[in-house]
Design a protein around this ligand. Sequence first.
Ligand code: BGC
Length: 726
Amino acid sequence: MDVDHLTVAQKAALSIGSSVWDTAAVPEHDIESITLSDGPHGLRYQPADEQDDLIKGRPATCFPTASALGSSWDEGLAAEVGAAIGVEARASGVAVVLGPGVNIKRTPLCGRNFEYFSEDPFLSGRMGAALVEGLQSQQVGASLKHFAANNQETERLRISADVDERTLREIYLPAFEHIVTTARPWTVMCAYNKVNGTFASQHRELLTGILRDEWGFDGLVVSDWGAVHDRVAAMIAGLDLEMPPNTGISDRAVVEAVADGSLAEDVLDESVRRLLRLVEQARERKPATADLDAHHTLARRAAAESMVLLKNDGGVLPIADSAGLTVAVLGEMATVPRYQGAGSSLVSATRVDIPLDALAAALPAATVRLAGSASDVSGADVAVAFLGLPPAVESEGFDRADIDLPADQVALLEAVAATGVPVVVVLCNGSAVRTSTWDHHTAAVLECWLGGQAVGSAVADVLTGAVAPSGRLTETIPLRLQDSPSFLNFPGEEGHVRYGEGVFVGYRGFDASDTAVAYPFGHGLTYTEFTYSALDVSVAGSADEGTLAITVAATVTNTGARAGQEVVQLYVGDPVASVARPPRELKGFTKVRLGPGEHTTVTFPLAARDLSFWSIAKPGWLLEPGEFTIAVGASSRDLRLSATITVDATLPRQPLTVTSTLGEWLADPAGAALIAAAVGDSANGLFEDQGTLRMMAPVPLDKLVLFQGTGVTRAMLDELVARLPG
Ligand code: BGC
């Protein structure tokens, strides 16, 4: 795109917003301004003359937030929601919707977890990609955020996330990588925080090395709102558009830096070209009229698909309508539902369905009454208690202090349980809450997350069985906060948060330490049962030639009396590895709908990358040959079928030196032969005595010289290295 006709001042102005939500225009060159607006679960559009309120936007459909939508494990549904948001954006003339957010739920305490999909990168990547594809099918751009390692709200504007390269590559980057390489979002939003001491907004390795050079991203990088500290450093690192404007400070800095040569004009030109390409892409957008009734219906379906039935003792659910049945409804959220989180994602809903009203309408023959206290209950056949987190404890901008429900809610639940009426708890919260202290008082627990504006009717659908629950947990519900793998390394101190648990985030950590949990990752019940059979794993191609292709197939049968959906999950493990690896990692899932007695065969492809870890020593993805476990099941702790496969691969040869250990020399066939030739097969008995050999194996060769009994001499060392092949 030609930028030669623009002055440096015009180019500097284009590289920063002209208002909170708009990019700059250059009318004399026919360059229009475009509008960006918040998402991610609905449009928060504030036209120029309606920005007096910090947050409030024009009415739009509030869909379930990501923690809910993620729990549907339904990529098609995420694409439908994305497309609907796209239509509403088109109708408002918005070019880019700021979402989805695919940061990993490192801790249940993160105040913004409700905006994120999962503790698992594979699931986050798949759901996020579907949402981006849906949104962009409407010629509206996505802004994938917040890149990267933005996993807490405490000190979010300046904390340094100190995370090692392997953890970054295996946990915090893959969702971004998958979405960038498959769904091609128009824009990526950098995070506020620092990553290993450098602000994400000026992190060249992240914004250029990884994002562009490795993943091929050719879109625009926009700052999170106010994330830029040094405009010139940010531009050099690869940040194209700063938002929002800052009274001319950045424009001037860019103009001065070009004048004094500290910023190459080519770099500015490239950023402006990306902005102009975005403006061009936005021009293709056609006006639209949003069908808000249809979107409300979609929001209801999405909310119902996202609810996770955690327990259902004695089949208390679904509640069948009948004359003579009395349902007592408790809890403030039955009449004032909590359906979204607070902060920049807050949508002014077009309407809100009230759970109590919807339940009464769904059970026309029964008596459904609101009970103000536990005693109002008594005499009912079943009590439905709406519990959850109030907005004041869960929001963008701060983290939670604990994972408990408010004490007055637990007290209410205990009082109701004491009446002997079976209690169904309906939870509304954006991130995991502790259930272990009150679970035993309940007959059933339905986790609704923050289900969007139609949560009221959706919950009635699920409670009455009009829709069978089909959500599954995308985050582990621990017995106690202290069990959470990041507990000791959160929220950090003195400006740094150390990601000390490494790759052992969420179920990876709970499983590695064999810690009991309340409800495991992937868990969720429905109103029927499924059995698994006929696991078949075939291995084809060659890892060395880059053609390894593994296919996993299994048959799932609905053995119950009702139709339902099962989320079939595939986990892979590498039991013997040179680095510590999680016992199992999600590498595939599919949601199937089956009528009573029906069965289907599901298949999953696996490639070398799915078996690999990120090696720091031999930088890159490394597939170590040997055995891998392949397990298929209904949750990370309900694995129904498993098999072991053997995969061949040649490890990159580690160059041997005089500081390589005796063990490393002996593990290398050429090295072992040279040592044997130099000191003899027994090396004065060293190689024959297993105890001594085990003790000496970790000793670098040049230190072995100190132990004369080994027969290794100084003179030998250089000759040994010189004679190594290659
Ligand atoms: C949030 C972003 C949001 C932006 C614009 C920031 O504070 O972190 O997610 O898109 O504001 O509202």
